[in-house]
Design a protein around this ligand. Structure first.
Ligand SMILES: Cc1cc2nc3c(=O)[nH]c(=O)nc-3n(C[C@H](O)[C@H](O)[C@H](O)COP(=O)(O)OP(=O)(O)OC[C@H]3O[C@@H](n4cnc5c(N)ncnc54)[C@H](O)[C@@H]3O)c2cc1C
Length: 405
């Protein structure tokens, strides 16, 4: 077994959970982060932490999933409107348990999740090497030499590239990362709660919102605030909509006048849909995870949730490879993990693409289906439920088997 540690590049949620997963399996790990310790991570971003993610975190570090559940919130109501008319509403009196006492999801700003992960790493004695980007990665059959921004070279048994969308590790192993971009812009804003007069905690999707000139609107509560997501029309100027005056006006129309001056953060996005063509290198000594490996449009919340699933899988594969006495077994552990997660990435990308296509869909058939469903919703509940569900893509999970059987 190699004496060298595993090097993880990137202390975003994926890299931090990878380090935790390796340490939990008794594997020495070092974590390198390009940013300084006092970095600013703006915007609520991954607010929807799925129950499966909470369970993974609770397994790696008992109590961690519960911490995230306690810091976040569960919205009990989902509601959909079509051109000002309600077409679906459901309230769960007792939101389902995801098992082990955990809720089905927890809604909180990503930076809070990251703070909880930072505290957990501190508790278990994993130091982050801040301000130390991974710059070069040279793989051999028996290990990896890593060059870092402080001018040092370090030896690693394995390397995990969790260094985000612009991944250096991915470039160093020569993985291809080409893909599509959404046609429309989406405006995403975080709105601070009005503590003495809060809105009901419900997730609302509004098709063709009359108050917003017929644009689609998604409103999602999270602990401490609201996420407002406005889908631009093809000829909209995103800079105009994100200007202070316009976003405040849209916020007042979407959430109520009392929220007008409570915009904390706003940004315009075109979402990329990309999956790396390989998640490992020729010697099976490097694995990619999270946004270093894939980017999905956020409808369906597949970004951070799948990054954490990657993290757990790569930690398990590397621990298995390090425990192997036979070299071919070690290589197979890494290869199988890379293939499984790459396939999961493909599944997630397709699922997000379906959601995006549905939202952007200008085809007469898609438009007619939405109109017919809205018309039928009053007397046929599944029609309203379809309108409520479709913006998030299909349910289900990626396939897990590889090979023929
Ligand atoms: C508007 C928006 C809404 C979203 N909503 C959701 C949601 O509801 N649910 C969900 O699951 N996901 C959501 N996401 C996606 C989620 O934010 C990302 O999937 C998540 O941050 C990815 O985590 P990561 O650790 O893989 O990458 P990152 O968070 O990008 O972390 C990568 C880290 O690597 C560091 N780094 C970069 N280069 C190097 C280097 N060379 N060496 C060392 N370190 C390096 C970076 O500084 C960074 O800290 C959303 C994203 C956006 C933009």
């Amino acid at each position: 077994m190699s004496e060298d540690p595993v090097i993880v590049a990137g202390a975003g949620p994926t890299g931090m959970v990878t380090a935790l997963g390796l340490q939990a399996r008794g594997t020495p790990v070092e974590l390198y982060e390009a940013d300084p310790e006092d970095r600013d991570r703006p915007g609520s971003r991954a607010i929807f932490v799925h129950g499966a993610t909470l369970r993974t975190l609770d397994t790696l570090h008992p109590g961690l999933g519960s911490d995230l559940a306690e810091r976040g919130m569960v919205w009990p109501t989902r509601r959909t409107l079509f051109r000002g008319e309600e077409v679906f509403s459901r309230t769960y009196d007792d939101p389902l348990d995801a098992g082990e006492g955990l809720p089905p999801f927890s809604s909180l700003p990503q930076v809070w999740t990251e703070d909880i992960l930072l505290d957990t790493l501190d508790d278990v004695g994993i130091d982050i090497h801040w301000n130390t980007p991974v710059e070069t990665v040279e793989t051999r059959p028996d290990g990896v030499t890593v060059g870092t921004g402080d001018g040092e070279t370090r030896e690693a048994s394995y390397v995990v590239g969790a260094d985000g969308a612009g991944s250096t590790v991915r470039t160093e192993i020569g993985a291809d990362f080409a893909g599509d971009q959404s046609e429309n812009y989406f405006i995403i804003a975080d709105i601070e709660e009005v503590p003495d007069d809060p809105r009901p905690t419900e997730r609302v999707f509004h098709y063709d919102t009359p108050e917003l000139g017929g644009r689609n609107l998604l409103i999602v509560p999270f602990q401490g605030g609201w996420r407002v997501d406005i889908q631009c029309k093809p000829d909209d100027d995103p800079d105009h909509i994100t200007s202070d005056a316009v976003i405040s006006e849209y916020t007042a129309r979407a959430l109520g006048e009392r929220y007008r001056d409570r915009v904390e953060w706003v940004s315009a996005y075109q979402f990329k849909q990309v999956n790396a063509d390989t998640y490992t290198d020729e010697h099976e000594r490097v694995l990619l995870a999270g946004e270093a490996a894939h980017l999905f449009a956020p409808f369906g919340a597949r970004g951070m949730n799948s990054g954490i699933a990657d993290a757990d899988a790569v930690a398990s594969a590397i621990a298995g490879a390090l425990a192997a006495d036979v070299d071919a077994v070690a290589r197979a552990e890494v290869r199988k993990c890379a293939e499984r997660r790459q396939r999961a990435g493909e599944w997630n990308k397709d699922a997000a693409a379906q959601a995006l296509e549905y939202l952007q869909g200008e085809s007469p058939v898609t438009k007619a289906k939405k109109r017919l469903a809205a018309a039928a919703a009053d007397y046929y509940e599944p029609a309203g439920e379809w309108l409520d569900d479709a913006p998030y893509g299909p349910h289900g999970s990626p396939p897990v088997s590889i090979g023929q059987y």
